[in-house]
Design a protein around this ligand. Sequence first.
Ligand SMILES: NC(=O)c1ccc[n+]([C@@H]2O[C@H](COP(=O)([O-])OP(=O)(O)OC[C@H]3O[C@@H](n4cnc5c(N)ncnc54)[C@H](OP(=O)(O)O)[C@@H]3O)[C@@H](O)[C@H]2O)c1
Length: 337
Amino acid sequence: MGRFSVFSFIKDQYTTLPSIKAFQKDLTGKTVIVTGANVGLGLEAARHFASMNPGRLILACRSRQSSEEAVKDIERTTACKSVEWWALDLTSFQSVSDFATRFEKEGGGKIDILVENAGINTGVYRQSKDGYESTLQTNHLGTAFLGLLLLPWLSRTESRVVVVSSELHYMVKSIKEADSPNIIDKLSDEKYCTSSVMRERYHVTKAFNVFFVKALAERLPADTKITVDAVNPGLCHSKLTREIEGVLAVFVSILKGILARTTEVGSRTLVHAALGGTQAEMQGKYLNKCQVEEESDFIISPEGHQIQHRLWDETVHILSKHDDRVKRNIDEYLKRN
Ligand SMILES: NC(=O)c1ccc[n+]([C@@H]2O[C@H](COP(=O)([O-])OP(=O)(O)OC[C@H]3O[C@@H](n4cnc5c(N)ncnc54)[C@H](OP(=O)(O)O)[C@@H]3O)[C@@H](O)[C@H]2O)c1
């Protein structure tokens, strides 16, 4: 059932995950994109894909230096020669559009695996150039934008879209901003985003990842070649909590010391979400410990379903203003819902 509790969380963290051998595949001729692959879970997931002889492995990351180091590191440890860094900053709509335009020209016509892993966790309010709170834009808007812009190439072959969520989505029992005319505008309103609101922001965006996956899966036609799922890597040693300060930082570091997986172990869940199971088993699902589990009660409640629809509409409205291809792709590759 996957119901979240302190006990189930601790038990999960001590559960041994299957080795990569259990679901590895020959990726000859396949194109794989991993966002946020310069460090952490993305880097380790990319390293696993690199060991499967991919036709093309694109690390979609924002920082040139650490991405070039990641390419070298993967090449050195796997002997893979098809790793490339492509610039992608999810906190900039222009950067996401540019990535899609580049893929149109240089991508080779299809995407087999898209792992949307990049994310941030910060309690600090920062507004992006596009006017949105940066955690919301990075974790949700930019992630959704990339997925929607890449639909044409994902549709060309049996493909997977993996969105990296978190068990912390279970902490979200409602979306308080649903009382406002526009949830995303409210969540980006600087005056509204006090420190107590920002404390919940990461969890909220991780719930939005699950909503997006379910909304997209519901809109994919019956004969789609695309499979989309959300995955929880579990608590892992990575740089994700780099901005957390004070008592919370001490608590997180103790918790990690006792319970966290290495990023290699956590990354297996991402690789499983991309390669394991069948479309029938994985479509629109939330995965934990390399298996399908039920999302939070809130996500699957009638109220949650309403939020899912609203969020989809608001998200598509915002993204369509930035790039005509969003509407075009939705009309061409998704069904009306
Ligand atoms: N670690 C955990 O315990 C845990 C648990 C549950 C879920 N997750 C999820 O796992 C995913 C990976 O996190 P991680 O733990 O590996 O953390 P991490 O080590 O901090 O890696 C995050 C990655 O996201 C990238 N990123 C951040 N903002 C970006 C932007 N605007 N554009 C492009 N890339 C951006 C980072 O790039 P830079 O290096 O340039 O900042 C980095 O590559 C996240 O979605 C996170 O929510 C992690």
